[in-house]
Design a protein around this ligand. Structure first.
Ligand SMILES: NC(=O)c1ccc[n+]([C@@H]2O[C@H](COP(=O)([O-])OP(=O)(O)OC[C@H]3O[C@@H](n4cnc5c(N)ncnc54)[C@H](O)[C@@H]3O)[C@@H](O)[C@H]2O)c1
Length: 325
């Protein structure tokens, strides 16, 4: 019998709706379970997707789950896009108390209903919410994949592509650390094919000797350029998340930067943050530690401290409700 791919999406705002639509457009899902506390919005989105079924590559069962999170328990992957993006107008930390409270409403319920699949979490502050999912579910942390700096790394590749004329797909370049203001570019590890940026700077300085800090800044602030005119970012993050879902459903062993529980990488542990990861059927299959230079190592440490600072603001429920021993 053919395997039935089941995906749940929590939150049908700008991001969640685009995730659902992309999953359908790409034919990646056979059963789609949608949740939102806004019943009217959810009914409308479900209707719109259902109306489009004749035009997607194949049929799909689309289920309006309302706020009955337990109905997502049989999914292979649950995408968390629940939040309130208006609270993030100034920075992503603005949603800290909102999204952490929202996540508290569903993590234990989904877990207790027997969810055995992989979480792909997008909601901001992404690294804090991933850490919360781990603590409140007690599940194997490998089963939690934060979209993290997958999108910021794409922005970095765009910045480098513009300056070098090379295709984004041919550039290995990652933003590491928090999906937030403290992220940084691991420029010492950038390569094109197997050729390092440092070698190319020496060989073709006029083309590859671009301002690296300017590229890093473009990647860090790209989201705010988008947010300024739309009040949200949606297409790019949805594609980044759907790429992760595809890698999980296809057991691809896809290498990307995303948020994972640190277990000693670069001297850090106990929180989620972005480093290069191998993504497959079990979630995070493996992590890669990059040979960061001194500046980058210090930036990673500072970024992790920022995430810890946010977690520290959340109060005692963080510890009392934790299922991590
Ligand atoms: N990681 C990234 O790269 C990235 C990029 C863009 C947005 N985001 C984040 O993704 C999240 C969603 O963004 P958006 O623009 O779609 O926000 P939005 O405000 O448009 O939509 C959020 C949706 O979540 C729903 N929701 C709230 N509480 C819920 C609950 N308890 N259960 C189910 N649904 C609930 C709301 O009703 C709303 O429909 C935000 O946290 C945002 O900051 C992350």
């Amino acid at each position: 019998m053919a395997y039935i791919r089941k995906v749940g999406v929590l939150g049908q705002g700008h991001v969640g709706a685009h995730v659902a639509n992309s999953l359908l457009v790409q034919g990646l899902v056979d059963e789609l379970y949608l949740c939102d506390i806004n019943a009217q919005k959810l009914t409308s989105e479900t209707q719109d997707f259902t109306d489009a079924l004749s035009f997607y590559p194949h049929n799909c069962k689309i289920v309006n789950c309302g706020d009955e999170y337990e109905k997502l328990a049989g999914c292979d992957v649950i995408v968390n896009a629940a939040g309130d993006v208006a609270s993030a107008a100034k920075d992503r930390d603005g949603e800290l108390f909102v999204t952490s409270e929202i996540a508290r409403t569903f993590i234990a319920r989904v877990t207790d209903a027997g969810f055995k699949g992989v979480w792909v979490s997008i909601s901001n502050p992404c690294d804090v919410i991933c850490t919360e999912i781990w603590r409140l579910s007690g599940c194997d942390p490998k089963r939690i994949v934060g979209s993290g700096t997958a999108l910021d790394s794409a922005r970095l590749r765009n910045a480098i592509s513009k300056r070098t004329g090379l295709d984004q797909h041919s550039i290995n370049a990652y933003m590491l650390g928090e999906h937030g203001a403290s992220q940084f570019a691991a420029m010492s590890c950038v390569s094109f094919g197997c050729k390092t940026l440092a070698d190319l700077v020496a060989e073709q300085p006029e083309r590859f000797g671009f301002d690296q800090l300017e590229c890093e800044e473009e990647a860090r602030h790209g989201g705010y350029v988008t947010y300024a005119g739309k009040g949200c970012t949606e297409y790019a993050v949805a594609q980044a998340a759907v790429r992760l879902v595809q890698a999980i459903l296809g057991n691809e062993h896809y290498v990307t930067c995303c948020s994972t529980l640190l277990t000693g990488e670069h001297g850090e542990e106990g929180i989620f943050s972005s480093i290069p990861c191998v993504v497959g059927a079990n979630g995070i299959e493996e992590t890669f530690e990059l040979p960061l230079n001194e500046r980058e190592q210090a930036a990673f440490r500072a970024s992790c401290e920022h995430i810890r600072g946010n977690i520290a603001q959340l109060g005692e429920w963080w510890n009392t409700e934790s299922r991590v021993k």
